[in-house]
Each structure stands twice: as structure tokens, then as C-alpha cells.
Ligand binder design. Structure first.
Ligand SMILES: [Zn+2]
Length: 384
């Protein structure tokens, strides 16, 4: 694959793509036997924090490639597949994905007798920003005074939600999103592994990668999101309507613009609905299962007041639309072609001011309950 040459995984920990500065720093610390016993990996979701923690376990325990991990010896293989007695994960449970007190107590107790078979023992707490206060209290002393060879790695997207008393005993390592090439490499690897899924065309994959802003987990989520494609089609309809001017905006429900709008809204998940739970994916990659409901035979006459097109849903869709639109304009500003499949317009000189208006639209979305009216106003201001 042509992309692979630009991927930075040559000297990192097993399974880790990107984060080279951090793996170098951790590796040097292990070599000097000065690795802090309590680490916090904080950073956006889906960038590979859990994978990095597992790689760190290999670096600590592997005898074949000390301080790096070889990824293929018996110990590494067991660590990577979660079957090593010296790697433990304390995970969230239930709908809220919270870490409960009882398993936290158990882990704290066991850590007193670790390591069991290797020279080090690593406990991963994920998500550390969703710990029940009693769980945090149960762990505090163990993190503060760990047995020799015991290391704690706390993972969380929101560092500020981790108890201060725990943070003060740990060293925080902020992690950033991956480069475009690294994001693509992880996405391609995941898609290849999940060959049972529907084939995904290159344009859609690249769109998801661009939108994900350095998070392969988010890119994979987007790829499995049934609203991405209808929203992209709505953007194309929007750009065409802009060319045609106000008549296209006010030409009624059945016009290309508003039927694309309605299709995109109905494909978008209602953010107020309770999220699905129960998947215990060991990675941070959250797979959003597409919930395709069978279409009703009868067409509903009302659509605007339909609860299916609730304001929350419209707002979520419009927010995504604005993201796509900004991405498209940014590409144009960089002298590239813009998003795949978009009509060619001759408004290049207005690109920067369009971006400002769309950003303003994004801000207004949160305040103004009438999403569609906001959108109409945006189109009129851009067209005029
Ligand atoms: Zn190894």
C-alpha cells in the first residue's frame, strides 16, 4: 500500500501507530528504570490511548526487545491479547461506563502481591475520568504507594474529571491526534480486519478520515454512521441551490434542497435518545451500529412537525453539515478540489467570508431552536 511508507510505527511500541515522541520518552524512562509509577494518558477519544497503554506493558515486560517490546514473543502476544497475569484492566460498567467501587477494591488488593510472573505489573484504568468516588478512594493508597514493579496507567479524555488527589500522584502525558497518514493507516488496518462489513469506497473513507481530525476511532465511527452520506448529498444540493439563488431556497418541500434536508435529518440519530451500551470493545474504537429501521409504507404528510425530525436531530444534522461544508471550503482555500462529488462553483473569492458565516451558523445552532430557519437565513446571506 502506497500510504504505508509515511506511517510512523517503525520504532514505537507494538501495535502503536503515531505518538512517537511519547513512546520514545517512555522507552528512555524504562531503560533508566525511572518510569513514573502512575501515568495519566489524556487526550481526545479514539486516538489510541488504550493501545498505547498495552504497548507500554510490552515495553515493560518483554525480554526480547527491552524497553520497546517485540510484539511477537510469548509474553508480548499474551499482553496484546489481554491474557497476561501482569496486565490488568479496570473498566467501566453499565450504561454510564463508570468504574465501580468493588472491582477497584479488588484490583487494589491484588496489586499488593504483584508482579506475578514478569518483572513488572501494569494496571490500566479506563476510563479514569469516570470513576465512582468510592472507587477512586479505594485506589488512592495503592497508586500513592505502589509495590515495587507495579505501574498504573490512567486513561481519560477529560483530565479535569479525574480526582485531584489521584492526579497529584501521577504524571500526566497529554496525547494529541495522529497525522493524516497515521490516521489513515489505522483506519485501513481496522477495515481490513473487519472484512465482513460492507465495502467502503475511497471517497467516503477519505471524507471520514478528514473529518475525524486525527482520531481513527472517530473516523471509523463516521464510516459506520448512516447519516454521513445523506449529509454529503445535502451539501451538494445546498451548493447547487446557492447557485440558483433564493428561488431554490423557497421552492417547497419537494425541491432537491429540502428533500435532501429531510433525508439527512431522518438518517441522523436523535442525540437525546439514550445511547446504546453493552459493547465491551477493548479498544477505544466505538462501533456505532447502524440502526436501519424499515421504511413505513405510508408516507407521512407532515414532515416538519414530525417528531422524527425533532429539533435535536435537525441540530445534530446541521452541525455535521456545517463541518462538512467548512472542510470543503478549507480544501478549496488550499487550492485543492474540495470534497468529492461537490458541484464546481465560481465563488472562490468569497470562500473566506463564507467560512465565517458558516461558523456563525454553527454558533447560532446551539441557541436558536428553529434550525431550518437558521439555515434559510444562512443561505440567503451567502446568496445575496
Ligand atoms: Zn516481546
Amino acid at each position: 500500500m502506497g500510504y504505508a511508507s509515511r506511517v510512523s510505527q517503525d520504532h514505537g511500541f507494538p501495535g502503536v501507530v503515531g505518538h512517537a515522541r511519547v513512546t520514545d520518552m517512555l522507552s528512555r524512562a524504562i531503560e533508566r528504570q525511572r518510569l513514573h509509577h502512575g501515568l495519566v494518558f489524556s487526550g481526545p477519544r479514539g486516538i489510541g490511548k488504550a493501545t498505547l497503554a498495552r504497548g507500554l506493558a510490552c515495553a515493560l515486560i518483554c525480554d526480547v526487545a527491552p524497553a520497546r517490546g517485540c510484539g511477537s514473543c510469548d509474553a508480548c502476544r499474551r499482553l496484546l491479547s489481554g491474557r497476561h497475569t501482569d496486565l490488568r484492566r479496570l473498566e467501566g460498567q453499565g450504561k454510564t461506563n463508570t468504574i465501580a467501587a468493588e472491582p477497584a477494591r479488588e484490583v487494589a488488593l491484588r496489586s499488593q502481591h504483584a508482579p506475578f510472573e514478569a518483572r513488572a505489573h501494569l494496571i490500566i484504568i479506563d476510563p479514569a475520568d469516570r470513576m465512582h468516588p468510592r472507587a477512586a478512594a479505594a485506589l488512592l493508597k495503592s497508586i500513592e504507594e505502589p509495590s515495587a514493579g507495579v505501574y498504573w496507567t490512567l486513561i481519560g479524555a477529560n483530565r479535569s474529571d479525574i480526582l485531584d488527589t489521584i492526579l497529584s500522584r501521577c504524571m500526566t502525558i497529554p496525547l494529541e491526534g495522529l497525522s493524516l497518514a497515521d490516521t489513515r493507516a489505522v483506519v485501513l488496518a481496522e477495515l481490513a480486519r473487519d472484512s465482513a462489513g460492507d465495502p467502503i469506497d475511497d471517497a467516503r473513507r477519505e471524507l471520514a478520515i478528514s473529518l475525524a481530525d486525527g482520531s481513527p476511532g472517530v473516523a471509523l465511527e463516521l464510516l459506520r454512521d448512516p447519516s454521513l452520506e445523506p449529509t454529503r448529498e445535502l451539501l451538494a444540493a445546498t451548493l447547487r441551490a446557492l447557485e440558483l439563488g433564493p428561488p431554490a431556497v423557497f421552492s417547497g418541500e419537494r425541491s432537491p434542497l429540502w428533500s435532501a434536508w429531510n433525508t439527512a435529518v431522518l438518517a441522523t440519530a436523535d442525540p437525546s435518545a439514550a445511547p446504546d451500551d453493552g459493547d465491551d470493545d477493548e479498544d477505544e474504537v466505538v462501533v456505532v451500529k447502524s440502526k436501519r429501521k424499515p421504511k413505513k409504507a405510508k408516507k407521512s404528510k407532515k414532515s416538519k412537525s414530525d417528531s422524527k425530525a425533532s429539533p435535536g436531530r435537525q441540530r445534530a444534522m446541521a452541525g455535521r453539515l456545517a463541518e462538512l461544508w467548512l472542510l470543503h471550503l478549507r480544501e478549496l482555500l488550499l487550492g485543492r478540489e474540495g470534497l468529492h462529488g461537490m458541484p464546481r462553483l465560481h465563488t472562490d473569492s468569497a470562500t473566506a467570508s463564507h467560512m465565517q458565516s458558516i461558523q456563525q451558523f454553527q454558533t447560532n445552532l446551539a441557541r436558536n431552536p428553529n434550525v431550518r430557519l437558521n439555515f434559510e437565513q444562512l443561505l440567503l446571506s451567502l446568496g445575496g
